[in-house]
Design a protein around this ligand. Structure first.
Ligand code: ADP
Ligand code: MG
Length: 409
């Protein structure tokens, strides 16, 4: 059989015509009876390296995907917030109407809690003008629940629209922080700030080096295509229920490790002191978590250096760092799952330079660094392995480093 281009059947690769700005504006007008004041977009992301490091105040290196949440928005004057999504998980709840004065954290609301939480977080931060309300219509190409941060894209698109319409003058890190607060405090999901920062701050052709302590960023040129390489996203299309409690448990374990080591966050444990630090920890589980976080921080530094060197050999060497990161997530942090391990094992056996799970784990997506010429063979090998194992066909597409949040019209 001739190997197929692994990205050929990729749905929603960021070019879905229903998310073109004119189409989203038209849908808004049909819904609400007048044209929107503007249309904004915010992307999903994949994280190249640095997993579970964000809440340890360490570093991460996400890049924005071409897949975006597009938001058409107008202000109102009567304190009403109307939210509509073309991609609501339950189409019967696609339209939600709320009173801004009555928004309350953890009050439910399903998908609408994400954008409502953004308005709430803006008002709580003193930007009370937003309490006048808004009409919002959303259309998205970001797969939901695939570890590609559709939730952050939804929040950041809403936040940027409100910021510009109400002339709040927030900078990108400020928007990201408020979007994170919406998810933490209003929706009730204890996520770090990486996803929102990636969606707010990425630029095309670059990965974003983000220091999660002070939110300082560096745009790192990331042009694999120029070197004959591709970075594939393999969305396993599984999400194991285990994920929610496990995240909180890993977080608590990392905090315990930091306390026992006498530092505020694990970010403050230098890599070259890791053996010493591990010897001082009594709990085997905490030791594994600390080893993962401190070594992944080191892997962020390694990938940054390799991208900086920019030679063909250096870029290919990133593969080995990714695979080492996967092993650390699998055996030390224990947040992988059979489907993700299958992607990594099969891709590497089929000739990829390296691969790892990305995001929180227990399903979601993996990244594969592969020679352009080998991508079809590797993609087919992963598909065939999933078929043999009885898994649903994975979605495979290119992680092309794309633009962060922006106004479209
Ligand atoms: P991820 O962020 O990895 O995609 P999450 O569970 O954090 O996964 O967020 C997914 C949730 O975000 C969905 O279940 C839904 O509530 C909401 N969501 C994301 N995108 C949209 C959208 N375009 N329309 C409506 N809800 C959305
Ligand atoms: Mg999310």
């Amino acid at each position: 059989m001739t190997p197929t281009d692994p990205t050929a059947p990729a749905p929603g690769a960021g070019t879905d015509p229903s998310t073109a700005p004119e189409a989203v504006a038209r849908a808004f007008e049909e819904l609400y009876g007048s044209a929107p004041e503007g249309v904004w977009a915010a992307p999903g992301r994949v994280n190249l390296i640095g997993e579970y490091t964000d809440f340890n105040e360490g570093s991460v290196m996400p890049l924005a995907l071409p897949h975006t949440v597009v938001a058409a928005v107008s202000r109102r004057t009567d304190g009403v917030l109307r939210l509509h999504s073309a991609n609501a998980p339950d189409p019967a709840a696609a339209l939600v109407e709320l009173r801004t004065a009555e928004l309350a954290p953890r009050s439910g609301g399903g998908w609408a809690a994400y954008p409502a939480g953004v308005l709430w977080a803006l008002a709580r931060a003193g930007h009370r003008a937003v309490l006048d309300g808004a009409d919002v219509h959303l259309a998205s190409t970001v797969p939901t629940g695939a570890g590609l941060s559709s939730s952050a894209a939804l929040e950041v698109a809403t936040a940027l629209a409100l910021d510009e319409l109400y002339a709040l003058g927030l900078d990108r890190p400020g928007l990201a922080r408020l979007a994170q607060q919406a998810e933490n405090a209003y929706v009730g999901v204890p996520c770090g700030v990486m996803d929102q920062m990636a969606s707010a701050c990425c630029v095309p052709g670059h990965a974003l080096h983000l220091d999660c302590r002070d939110l300082s960023t560096r745009q790192v040129p990331f042009d694999l295509g120029a070197h004959g390489l591709r970075l594939l996203v393999v969305d396993t299309r599984v999400q194991h229920a285990l994920g929610d409690g496990a995240y909180a448990e890993r977080r608590a374990g990392c905090e315990q490790g930091a306390r026992e080591l006498g530092v505020s966050h694990l970010r403050d444990v230098p890599y070259d002191t890791l053996p010493d630090a591990l010897a001082r920890l009594g709990d085997e589980r905490v030791r594994r978590y600390v080893r993962h976080v401190v070594s992944d921080e080191q892997r962020v530094a390694q990938v940054t250096a390799l991208l900086g060197a920019g030679t063909p050999e250096a870029l290919r060497a990133i593969g080995g760092v990714l695979t080492a990161g996967h092993h650390s997530l699998r055996y030390d942090l224990r947040v992988s799952c059979p489907e993700l391990d299958l992607v990594v094992g099969v891709a590497n056996a089929a000739g990829a330079h390296g691969a790892r799970m990305t995001g929180g784990g227990f399903g979601g997506s993996a990244l594969v660094l592969v020679e352009e010429s080998a991508a079809p063979v590797v993609g087919d090998a992963v598909r065939a392995a999933f078929d043999r194992a009885g898994h649903r066909a994975p979605r495979i597409f290119d992680a092309t480093p794309s633009a962060g949040a922006r106004r479209l019209g």
